[in-house]
Ligand binder design. Structure first.
Ligand code: ZN
Length: 377
């Protein structure tokens, strides 16, 4: 351990092959951008992050003249207060495109005890296999990459003409053979993007994802729409299309306040993993919510997130809980005043312990559950 490095409460070492092995993951293995690893080598795992991302599909320009220039302004101390209140209206904030910066930020996660990180980006989110491999090499972390399509705003112009079978075939190829000529393989079908109301092409992608899961044994994760019925709608569509719901993670289940715990329990009983993936997102509203019908008003806080996890644990559903930060905005990196990729390990775990979650519970949330989810069937 170097001077100044933090050690977490967990003994955990990231182990990955010394050289890139050009083989696909077998059942019982996790597929990283540097080849398959055994579940026992994953360690503490963040199930939903973004290391390289282009979220500019969400960018909407403010109406006021004096704010329009801020859309193209770089994230800086001068612009940060405005950006934090309008985080989907600044192009620089919606882009993570510096591998070296990603490594710098990720080392904080590694020094806090982290072993594996999922970049949930896929087509439409600026997925960047080569950069992810470079970040994995430089950081020594296991990195898992996504496949499939994000929300309809990011779909290609000809998405109406692309068939469900073609999308399924593309996902299967990304998992089995790898993406493009570099042949770097995806280890997750996700985050598949869904809106509220759901766009027909998003539904098509969901069904294709379910079929691709059957063909590959890969796990699925789904970005849910901004409405409390969206997760149930998604689970039903996946179920009807033949997905194994016990290998599906529903993202952003900790987004709106107040949370409806009984509805969350229903999803657990269907077998889905619930992602509490906005730890460290300390804004309290949804600036673009007025654009979405019946969107929630308030965001949940970290304290409420922990409270929800404790309540679900008390009800016997801790096996279905996974946590992450879903960092996809520059303002969330430490360099720009954010809490970074180690926030859960450095800040939240001690709070969870004080609220009664012990070693066994922490192990489930941070290691066993995400590792079980990522392991190919
Ligand atoms: Zn995400």
């Amino acid at each position: 351990m170097r001077n100044g490095e933090k050690r977490s409460n967990f003994e955990c070492v990231a182990v990955r092959p010394a050289s890139f092995e050009c083989v696909a993951a077998n059942p019982g293995e996790i597929q990283t951008v540097n080849g398959p690893i055994l579940p026992g080598h994953a360690g503490i795992t963040m199930i939903h992050e973004h290391l390289m991302v282009d979220l500019t599909c969400y960018c909407h320009s403010p109406q006021a003249a004096h704010e329009k220039s801020l859309v193209k302004a770089p994230v800086s101390l001068k612009t940060l207060t405005w950006i934090r209140r309008n985080y989907t209206s600044n192009l620089d904030n919606l882009t993570l495109d510096e591998p070296d910066l990603a490594v710098e930020e990720l080392l904080e996660f590694k020094y806090a005890g982290g072993g594996t990180i999922v970049d949930a980006g896929n087509i439409g989110l600026g997925r960047d296999p080569k950069a992810l491999q470079r970040i994995a090499d430089a950081s020594g972390l296991n990195i898992v990459m996504g496949a499939g399509y994000y929300v309809h705003q990011s779909h290609p112009a000809n998405m109406d003409e692309i068939s469900e079978e073609a999308i399924c075939g593309e996902i299967v190829a990304d998992v089995r053979d790898g993406v493009g000529s570099d042949r770097i393989r995806a280890g997750l079908i996700g985050e598949l993007g869904c809106s509220w109301p759901m766009h027909p092409n998003e539904q098509k992608v969901l069904r294709a994802g379910a079929k691709a899961q059957k063909a590959t044994g890969a796990p699925i994760s789904v970005h849910v729409g901004l409405h409390r019925e969206s997760p149930h709608q998604i689970a039903q569509i996946l179920d009807r299309a033949g997905a194994d719901l016990s290998r599906v993670a529903l993202c952003h289940m900790d987004r709106e306040a107040p949370a409806n715990i009984e509805r969350l329990v229903e999803l657990c009983k269907m077998g889905c993993y619930l992602e509490f993936d906005a730890f460290g997102m300390d804004t309290w509203d949804f600036p673009d919510a007025p654009n979405y019908p019946q969107a929630p008003i308030d965001r949940i806080t970290d304290a409420q997130r922990v409270e929800l996890i404790v309540r679900l644990a008390d009800k016997g559903h801790l096996d279905r809980i996974v946590v992450s930060h879903d960092i996809a905005y520059k303002m969330r990196l430490k360099k720009f005043g954010g809490s970074g990729y180690d926030h859960i390990l450095s800040v939240c775990v001690p709070i969870m312990r004080r609220k009664g979650l012990g070693d066994a519970e922490m192990r489930k949330i941070l290691i066993e559950n995400p590792v079980r989810l990522l392991t190919f069937a």
